[in-house]
Design a protein around this ligand. Structure first.
Ligand code: ADP
Ligand code: ADP
Ligand code: ZN
Length: 205
């Protein structure tokens, strides 16, 4: 099972990815998580990526393509994987086609007003990346690992605006890209987490 998750920032990709990865026992590969880990560790990749992320822009294609290409070569990807947040440009999708064969692209569809609420209330574990929302989780410690729960710097309102614009201009065209390849399935993301997941399971089964 080689799955791509598409959707605007805040659509619920990371939330669903954790559930899919657990149920089907495939690695969850989030380029956002990998880039943030690199920033934290002060690597060369992290240094390159930080200014783009802080501005709500995309990190250059060659940087993320290299990351994903290396990651998919690891042993745990042999039986499938779940890509969350990659590809994000047509160039990335074309590169992916050169080194991987994707089975399905799940596009989580969501209305703009809901999106804004999700992003402004999102909190994440600074250690393991687990996503939370202030409406349902107020603890300052992560339920999974005990790490500190924080607001991502790029979830501040002005950066969110830039990210949504970036999404519309650069990532949204991927919906047509995967529709043309007959790999696209749309999911209504404007519903409770478990209802969205139930739909995804039906499709994957
Ligand atoms: P979200 O959860 O809002 O979809 P992510 O955690 O996936 O955000 O990504 C955070 C930021 O990391 C993006 O705004 C972008 O700057 C960078 N990033 C993540 N994945 C990619 C990618 N495939 N290509 C370019 N930049 C990326
Ligand atoms: P993405 O990875 O697409 O950027 P996340 O999975 O991080 O999105 O979700 C964004 C925010 O919305 C998080 O605070 C998360 O807890 C919350 N969330 C995700 N899915 C739902 C849902 N179906 N209903 C309500 N809140 C959700
Ligand atoms: Zn945690």
């Amino acid at each position: 099972m080689r799955i791509i998750l598409l959707g605007a920032p805040g659509a619920g990709k990371g939330t669903q990815a954790v559930k899919i990865s657990t149920k089907y026992n495939i690695p969850h590969i989030s380029t956002g998580d990998i880039l943030r880990a690199n920033i934290k560790q002060g690597t060369e990749i992290g240094k390159k990526a930080k200014s783009y992320i802080d501005q709500g822009a995309l990190v250059p294609d060659e940087v993320v393509i290299e990351i994903v290409k290396n990651r998919l070569n690891e042993e745990d990807c042999k039986n499938g994987y779940l890509l969350d947040g990659f590809p994000r440009t047509v160039a990335q999708a074309q590169a992916l086609d050169e080194f991987a064969k994707i089975d399905i692209a799940l596009n989580i569809d969501i209305d703009l007003d809901i999106l804004t609420k999700r992003l402004s209330g999102r909190r994440v574990c600074s250690v393991c990346g687990a996503p939370y929302h202030i409406s349902s989780y107020n603890d300052t410690k992560c339920a999974k690992c005990g790490g500190e729960v924080i607001q991502r710097q790029d979830d501040q309102p002005q950066t969110v605006k830039a990210r949504l614009k970036t999404y519309t201009l650069q990532t949204k065209p991927l919906i047509d890209y995967y529709a043309d390849m007959q790999l696209l399935v749309n999911i209504d993301g404007n519903r409770a987490i478990d209802d969205v997941f139930e739909d995804i399971v039906k499709i994957l089964n």
